[in-house]
Design a protein around this ligand. Structure first.
Ligand code: FAD
Length: 428
C-alpha cells in the first residue's frame, strides 16, 4: 500500500497538527518528485476570529526550532500577544517562583490567528482547504471514502487530525478500529480587568495545585488585554471554576472589582491524558490530540500535534499507508512521547495524591530549599524535560529521606504541617 502519483491524501482537521501534516506531505512529495493532492477538511473559519480551538495559546520551546527546521516557517511577530517570563506555582498556603533554564522562548498568541496562519501556509504549500465538516468515513481495502456535509472525497489514506471533537471521534470509531483517548475536561474563562491592572501584572503563568475536590490543576495567564483562566479535572464545571476563582490563592490575581463577579462566558474543552487505542491501521492514521500523543500532565500540545503531523506525513510518503508501515515508522518516531507516558502518569498520580492529602505545601517548601527538587518542579510545570529524566534526576536517597520526614510530620503531627518556610512565600 503505497502512495502513487495523482493520489489524494485527505486530512480531517486543520488545527496545528493537520496543517503541519499537509505541509510536510507536499514537501516530501516535492523531494521525491511526486505529484499528489492534499485536501484539508476544516469546518471552522479561523480568519477574522470567527471560530477558535480551545487553548490558552502559549507556544513553548522549542516551537521556533520546530517551525523553522521542519516547516521552514517563522512565527510572524504580529501574532505574539506577549512573551512569557516564567512560572509561579501555588499550593493552598505557599507560592514559589519556579527557577530553571528554558531553552528557547515562550510566547502567547491568539489561537485563532495562529491556526489561520498555519492553515494559510498549508494552502501556500499547495494544499486544498475545504471548509466542510466530515460526517462519516469508510475505509475500504483500495481507498477511503470521506463523507462531508458538502462533497464526498475519495482518498488513498485519511489522516485524523480532528483533536478531541466528540462527534468526529465517533465517526472514526465507527469507520475504523480507532478508540478515542482518555481525557480531562477543561473550563476556560476570560476577565477584562482594564489597562491599568493588566500593566501591573507581570507576564508570568500562575499555576495552581490546590486541594480542591474535582480540580487537578488551574492556571491564570495574562494575555494582552485580558486574563485567561483555565481549570482541568475529570468533571470540572462552571461551578468549580467559580470556586476556583473565589479561592484565596487565586483572588490575589484578580482585579478587586471583579473578585466577586461571575464571569460572563465559559468555554469547555478537553485534553488527552493517554494515547488512543488503534491510533493507526490500514489506510488511516491519527495525529496530535486525536491520537492522544502528547506529554501527559503538562502538554505542549501544539508542539506535539505539529511533530506527530510531520512524522505521519513522512511515514506516509516514504513507507506507505499500511498498518505495518505506521507501526514500524510513524509510531517509532513518536517514541519521545510514548516512552515517557508511564513516567508522566506516575508524576500525575503523585501530584494528585499530594493535592488530595494537602501535601503540596510541603512539596513547595522542599523545592524552595533544595535546588534539585526545584529543577524537577520547574521541568514538570514548564514541560521542559521528559518525565523519565525528571524522575531519574530527583530519585535520590537524601530527597526521599526529606519527604519521609515531611510525610511523617504531616500525618502524625498535623499541627506542624502549615509552617511556611524560608524562601517560599505564604500565598495569602
Ligand atoms: C483549555 C486548554 C488549554 C490549552 N492550552 C495550551 C497551550 O497554552 N499551549 C499548548 O501548546 N497547548 C495547549 N492546549 C492543547 C492544544 O490546544 C492541543 O494539544 C492542540 O490544539 C492539538 O492540536 P491538533 O491539531 O491535534 O487538534 P486541534 O487543534 O483540536 O484541531 C482539530 C481541528 O479539527 C477540526 N475538526 C474536528 N472535527 C472535524 C470534522 N468532523 N470535520 C472537519 N474539521 C473537523 C476542528 O475544527 C479543529 O480545527 C490546551 C488545551 C486545552 C483544552
Amino acid at each position: 500500500m503505497f502512495i502513487n502519483d495523482g493520489d489524494t491524501v485527505c486530512v480531517v482537521g486543520g488545527g496545528p497538527g493537520g496543517s503541519a501534516c499537509a505541509m510536510t506531505l507536499l514537501k516530501e512529495a516535492r523531494r521525491f518528485g511526486r505529484t499528489i493532492n492534499v485536501v484539508v477538511l476544516e469546518h471552522k473559519i479561523f480568519s477574522e476570529d470567527r471560530h477558535h480551538n480551545q487553548c490558552i495559546g502559549v507556544l513553548s520551546p522549542p516551537f521556533e526550532d520546530i517551525l523553522k527546521n521542519e516547516l521552514d516557517l517563522t512565527l510572524p511577530e504580529s501574532l505574539v500577544v506577549n512573551e512569557i517570563a516564567g512560572y509561579r506555582l501555588h499550593s493552598d498556603l505557599l507560592s514559589l517562583d519556579l527557577i530553571g533554564e528554558e531553552y528557547g522562548r515562550s510566547a502567547s498568541v491568539r489561537r485563532s490567528r495562529f491556526d489561520a496562519f498555519m492553515l494559510e501556509e498549508a494552502k501556500k504549500a499547495g494544499a486544498q482547504v475545504i471548509h466542510n465538516r466530515v460526517t462519516a468515513i469508510e475505509v475500504n481495502p483500495d481507498e477511503v471514502l470521506i463523507y462531508t456535509d458538502g462533497e464526498n472525497i475519495k482518498s488513498a489514506i485519511v489522516v485524523g487530525a480532528f483533536g478531541l471533537d466528540d462527534g468526529t471521534c465517533r465517526v472514526f470509531e465507527q469507520g475504523t478500529p480507532y478508540r478515542q483517548p482518555d481525557f480531562l475536561n477543561t473550563v476556560i474563562t476570560r476577565l477584562y480587568p482594564g489597562k491599568e491592572f493588566m500593566q501591573s501584572m507581570d507576564c508570568t503563568i500562575q499555576a495552581f495545585l490546590l486541594s480542591h475536590p474535582g480540580l487537578e490543576f488551574g492556571a491564570v495567564t495574562p494575555k494582552g488585554d485580558h486574563i485567561s483562566i483555565n481549570i482541568a479535572g475529570r468533571k470540572v464545571t462552571s461551578n468549580i471554576m467559580m470556586e476556583f476563582l473565589r479561592s484565596a490563592p487565586v483572588q490575589r490575581f484578580l482585579p478587586p472589582h471583579q473578585r466577586r463577579e461571575k464571569p460572563l462566558n465559559y468555554y469547555k474543552g478537553r485534553f488527552p491524558i493517554a494515547p488512543a487505542r488503534n491510533l493507526f491501521g490500514d489506510r488511516y492514521v491519527t495525529i496530535g490530540d486525536s491520537a492522544g500523543l502528547m506529554r501527559p500532565f503538562k502538554g505542549k500540545g501544539i508542539n506535539s500535534a505539529i511533530n506527530t503531523g510531520i512524522y505521519a506525513a513522512r511515514s506516509i510518503m516514504q513507507h506507505g499507508v499500511s498498518k505495518k508501515a505506521f507501526a514500524e515508522n510513524y509510531y517509532r518516531d513518536c517514541r519521545v512521547l510514548t516512552e515517557d507516558l508511564p513516567y508522566g502518569r506516575a508524576v500525575r498520580v503523585l501530584t494528585n495524591l499530594a493535592t488530595r492529602f494537602k501535601f503540596m505545601d510541603h512539596m513547595i517548601a522542599v523545592a524552595a530549599e533544595r535546588p534539585d527538587f526545584m529543577k524537577a518542579m520547574f521541568s514538570s510545570v514548564s514541560g521542559h524535560d521528559p518525565y523519565k529524566k525528571i524522575i531519574m534526576e530527583t530519585a535520590s536517597l537524601s530527597l526521599s529521606l526529606t519527604f519521609a520526614q515531611k510525610i511523617l510530620g504531616h500525618f502524625v503531627f498535623r499541627q506542624q504541617a502549615h509552617l511556611p518556610v524560608k524562601s517560599a512565600s505564604p500565598a495569602v
